[in-house]
Ligand binder design. Structure first.
Ligand SMILES: Cc1cc2nc3c(=O)[nH]c(=O)nc-3n(C[C@H](O)[C@H](O)[C@H](O)COP(=O)(O)OP(=O)(O)OC[C@H]3O[C@@H](n4cnc5c(N)ncnc54)[C@H](O)[C@@H]3O)c2cc1C
Length: 400
């Protein structure tokens, strides 16, 4: 087994770490106080070649691996989870198109967004106020009208919504079929696309989320991705792949918590010695370090499997749930190790705690990840139709 990155991936990893040191870590705290979208930093990330990595060469992208994308997310997440979310959001917006669109569609709708001088954004529009984990309840509708579709509905919590020029929109074309009636469309910023309420969040304040309202939006019929009714399948395939990206940001946060806590524990003296010398603190640091390392391994393994074209639902769910839980726990432990200073905004760890919480919620909550992983595990060991173990001691064996 070889844990080494390829030469190309190693270069991306080092470039992303250098970028984080230079442009993200020093600015993250100050920028988040303004609760603004960090356009300048994202522009620089684009110029440094850290965005849109997975878009194939035929559509103007560099055609790099999913693993390469997760390396960028881990490095930037170490500096600031909010900025990492802003930088990686195109990966989420474009993933359904890379899965379901033709090369001609990608050339028309995606290539112009990723080849100009100025950074451009896509936004992934799935969630609605009444349809979160259960997207089959969505009310956004797309109705065919000659050579066009007319889209009506409101999406919420859409990352990069206010700055996006292309919206990947999930809408029902046959509501009576529930999730099987969902289709996915590429919708350029056009007449009838409006930005609604902008969210004021607890953490990740260096990213922006809003409602996106579609009012009688007309798009040509070639904006449909795949066939009518493919939307749910494409959404699930997308999330299977992109969850490794969230796990990577979480790994960055988990590692940052270890490093900040270790530094503080080495210089803060109580009872005549650094607090890190107390077993109670050093055991916490050991558990935090193990969590960050395990999160990294699960994340890179999930991305590697996706790159090999192997099934990845279970592994990306493991990675997302474990890494984001690790980030949350490590951030809480870092605050504890900092003592009172941990609870003060001038120190770096309270932000980690606020930022980490979102990682357990978006792109499918950790309950949903456990549902996905639990189902996959049952499917692997049990034939659910007959209720029999598929293989036990070489034979089928009944469940007790
Ligand atoms: C900052 C932010 C950014 C986001 N960005 C985007 C974006 O770019 N695009 C987009 O489309 N969406 C986005 N979302 C939406 C996000 O993916 C949803 O919030 C998430 O999927 C959960 O949906 P919900 O909030 O409606 O919770 P609900 O589905 O209402 O869940 C409420 C609670 O019930 C639990 N629950 C639900 N079903 C089950 C079950 N079957 N078993 C056990 N527990 C269950 C959940 O885990 C949760 O704890 C974003 C959200 C936030 C907060």
């Amino acid at each position: 087994m070889d844990f080494k990155l390829s030469e190309q991936e190693q270069k991306i990893w080092e470039r992303a770490q250098e970028f984080t040191r230079e442009y993200i870590t020093p600015k993250a705290h100050e920028l988040e106080k303004r609760n603004e979208f960090p356009k300048d930093v994202v522009q620089k990330a684009y110029e440094a070649g850290l965005m849109n990595l997975h878009v194939p060469k035929e559509a103007g992208g560099p055609g790099l691996s999913l693993l390469a994308e997760t390396l960028v997310s881990e490095a930037t997440g170490y500096g600031c989870a909010g900025m990492a979310t802003s930088i990686m959001c195109n990966n989420l917006a474009f993933a359904p198109l890379l899965i379901g669109a033709t090369i001609e569609q990608l050339k028309t709708y995606v290539e112009p967004l990723i080849t100009g001088k100025e950074v451009k954004f896509g936004a992934f529009c799935l969630t609605e106020r009444g349809a979160g984990s259960d997207v089959s309840g969505m009310t956004t509708r797309a109705i065919r009208d000659g050579d066009e579709y007319i889209i009506n509905g409101t999406k919420c919590w859409i990352t990069n919504g206010p700055v996006a020029s292309l919206f990947t929109v999930f809408a029902s074309t046959q509501p009576e079929l529930k999730h099987k009636g969902i289709s996915v469309f590429m919708v350029p910023k056009t007449k009838g696309v409006k930005i609604g309420h902008i969210e004021n969040k607890v953490g990740q304040r260096n990213s922006v989320q809003s409602e996106v309202i579609f009012e009688d939006v007309r798009v040509p019929k070639d904006c449909l991705v795949g066939k009518e009714g493919d939307g749910f399948k494409i959404a699930m395939m997308t999330l299977d792949k992109t969850r490794a990206g969230i796990a990577a940001i979480a790994t960055g946060v988990a590692q940052r918590a270890v490093d900040e806590a270790a530094r503080f524990a080495s210089i803060r003296h109580q009872f005549g010695k650094p607090v890190g010398r107390f077993q109670g603190i050093s055991f916490m640091l050991a558990d935090m370090g193990a969590r960050a390392s395990a999160a990294r391994l699960l994340t890179r393994y999930a991305a590697w499997r996706a790159d090999q074209g192997m099934p990845v639902s279970k592994d990306s769910a493991f990675a997302k749930a474990f890494a984001s839980d690790a980030a949350m726990q490590n951030a809480i432990d870092a605050v504890q190790i900092f003592g009172g200073y941990g609870y003060i905004q001038e120190y770096p760890v309270e932000k980690l705690m606020r930022d980490a919480k979102l990682l357990q919620i978006y792109e499918g909550t950790n309950q949903i990840q456990r549902m996905v992983a639990g189902r996959a595990i049952l499917k692997e060991s049990v034939n659910l139709d007959t209720g029999f173990h598929v293989k036990y001691d070489g034979r089928d064996a009944p469940l007790i």
